[in-house]
Design a protein around this ligand. Structure first.
Ligand SMILES: [Zn+2]
Length: 61
């Protein structure tokens, strides 16, 4: 199972297999699973990916 994680601090995206948790390479924050299956993620445009990144970064937590 491959998951797409988003960093809530800097918006960075990581594709992670096997692990249920991921830390951001850039700022070390605990990343959040974005809930989008990897198979959908690979078909998304750069703009769509950036929107998701922005959405997670703007959340308070
Ligand atoms: Zn980060």
């Amino acid at each position: 199972m491959i998951r797409v994680f988003v960093c809530p601090e800097c918006g960075k995206i990581r594709i992670v297999s096997k692990f249920l948790k991921a830390e951001c390479y850039q700022c070390g924050a605990q990343m959040k699973p974005c809930g989008i299956p990897y198979t959908e993620w690979v078909e998304m445009s750069r703009e769509e990916r950036e929107q998701i990144s922005e959405k997670f970064r703007n959340q308070d937590s």
